[in-house]
Design a protein around this ligand. Structure first.
Ligand SMILES: [Zn+2]
Length: 564
């Protein structure tokens, strides 16, 4: 929610303005009286090109930064400003996730989150909390339960749910997705009578001694109930989007590049922006070169007056993922002889899709995971870009996960951005070596090689595939370790980024990759006051402690949108 929180409530110590002080020398040429707010007593990392630091920053009521500088000079220069003493805490620009799925996160949050519940009672509590978002027609859906986490490790029953939810259908999928737990109202909606002694193909219905379905359905039986689940209602969708946005700002994200959304999602975002319920900036990519691109090509790129929604980019795919061996490789998978993955489309089609996007003046972001996928994408960009000299470029390879030595330098040569997700490396490192083999792995998740070749990185998480918290990505890119510190010394640590490079990938370079570096991505005079206050200094604490950094405040356009 983009609620205005009273600034007065925030002022931790409002020192009386010392009128006896000599007239201040203006620190900036902008009229100092226009500045309304001065945050001070802070360790501000501007993330500008020179990595400069300051202890105070002034911005005006329109959210534009006037200046940054040293404590006393700024207090003197902006005597009228409302002062906010940040108690020596660290300030960095608002973080930008350069590849994620905001709408996907909202959809996942439209279900109650039941992971790590310690008892059935806790499940009921979470469900009751979640039910507050539902309209009358919604089912109560949830995911992530695991009876092994509870004191009694047997499958639960419908009665466990019926006491709390006698009327509204409840359908909860198990953590592995291979079982569903229903209440009586949901079982009654199944398209077949579930009682008796029959079993569906490839599935199992658990029954009580009277032959009635007892609540848990396995695999092929799940569809009997799932078929009856209605589509998410508009009300629930809005509530889930609000939850997703709230989660983002609470973790310090003031921007996200939303990969692959259609017109109805765009219109949902525009509605919430008009409702003043949108506390972060979205730079959106269309879902391919189809109807959404046709629409935008006709109506023109979106640059919402609020500054909160920009859309002038197209998401394309060339291959699949490593986990399912769908990524296209130049030679076979090391753990699956004969299989080298698949290209989603022939070169001609890829060229045509890129050409269509570039012809509309748009940027492309092309998903490429395997070394063949990446090569084909680089080849296609190389051949198509020249035909559209007026297109502003900054095209991106999304993931750029596995490369070859000869393709690494092509990113810089072609001025193509590598949009990468550090936590993918630390999620995949347990098994990727076996899959790719020792020769290819050094060119996978190769952030350092790309940076050293002068390529530009834009960093993100790919949430909800990975967790939303950008501190996990910053940590992973520096440590190349999981949060337990495995492996000691880091996984292929020669690919590690410095802290400065990591934060830059989530700020200024993420902004650049969305054509927004004139407005956001660093804290400089003339830019938007999008910044976050951290409880620990990300540039100084031990790397192992970075994942635990808490965001104390998130500011967007000079307005507090989250406070812890
Ligand atoms: Zn993605």
């Amino acid at each position: 929610m983009r609620k205005k929180i009273s600034l007065a409530a925030l002022i931790l110590s409002l020192a009386a303005c010392n009128v006896e002080q000599p007239p201040a020398t203006p620190v900036t040429e902008a009229a100092p009286t226009a500045a309304q707010t001065l945050v001070h007593n802070a360790r501000i990392y501007s993330m500008d090109a020179g990595f400069s630091t300051a202890s105070a920053m002034a911005f005006d009521s329109t959210g534009i930064i006037h200046n940054l500088g040293d404590e006393q000079a700024m207090l003197d220069a902006f005597p009228e400003a409302e002062r906010i003493d940040l108690g020596g805490k660290t300030v960095i620009p608002g973080l930008i996730d350069a590849h994620a799925h905001l709408y996907g996160l909202a959809i996942s949050l439209s279900q109650a989150q039941l992971r790590d519940t310690r008892s059935k009672e806790e499940v009921i509590r979470r469900l009751r909390e979640h039910e507050k978002n539902l309209s009358d027609s919604d089912w109560l859906l949830g995911a992530g339960w695991d009876q092994n986490d509870w004191p009694v490790k047997e499958f639960p029953t419908r009665e466990d749910l019926d006491r709390a939810f006698p009327d509204r259908p409840v359908w909860l999928s198990r953590i592995d997705g291979h079982a569903g737990w229903a209440n009586g109202a949901a079982l009654a909606m199944a398209d077949q009578d579930l009682s008796g002694d029959w079993q569906p193909r490839g599935g199992h219905i658990y029954r009580d001694t009277a032959g009635q379905a007892s609540g848990v359905l396995i695999d092929g039986a799940m569809a009997l109930v799932e078929k009856a689940v209605p589509e998410v209602s508009d009300g629930l969708l809005v509530a889930s989007l609000d939850l997703a946005l709230q989660q983002m700002v609470s973790l310090g994200l003031t921007g996200v590049h939303d990969m692959g959304i259609n017109r109805s999602v765009v219109e949902l975002y525009q509605q919430r922006i008009r409702d003043k319920a949108f506390p972060t900036r979205v730079y959106a990519f269309t879902d391919g070169a189809g109807a959404t691109l046709d629409w935008l090509c006709e109506t023109g790129a979106i640059r919402d007056d609020s500054g909160l929604l920009h859309m002038r980019a197209v998401k394309l795919y060339i291959d699949g993922a490593m986990g399912s061996r769908g990524a296209a490789l130049l030679s076979e998978y090391s753990d699956d002889p004969g299989n080298s993955g698949l290209l989603f489309m022939p070169r001609e089609d890829l060229d045509a899709h890129i050409g269509k996007a570039l012809g509309c003046g748009f940027q492309v972001g092309i998903h490429a995971i395997g070394d063949l996928g990446n090569r084909v994408v680089l080849d296609a960009l190389e051949s198509v870009m020249g035909r559209y000299p007026n297109n502003p470029g900054r095209h991106r390879v999304e993931h750029a996960q596995t490369l070859t030595a000869s393709d690494v330098p092509r990113f810089a040569q072609l001025d193509v951005i590598a949009a990468m997700q550090p936590t993918h490396a630390t999620s995949d490192m347990y098994w990727i070596e076996e899959r790719l083999g020792a020769d290819r792995v050094p060119y996978a998740y190769a952030w350092r090689k790309l940076l050293d070749s002068d390529a530009r990185l834009a960093l993100g998480s790919d949430f909800p595939v990975e967790k939303v918290n950008p501190m996990l990505g910053i940590y992973a890119s520096i440590s190349r370790q999981d949060v337990e510190g495995w492996p000691p010394g880091g996984w292929y640590p020669q690919e590690s980024l410095s802290r400065q490079e990591a934060v830059r990938g989530f700020t200024l370079d993420a902004a650049y990759s969305a054509f927004m570096e004139q407005d956001v991505g660093s804290l400089e005079a003339g830019k938007r006051a999008d910044f976050i206050v951290l409880d620990k200094n990300v540039f100084e604490i031990p790397v192992a402690n970075i994942p635990a950094i808490k965001v104390l405040q998130t500011w967007l356009d000079g307005e507090l949108v989250y406070s812890n």
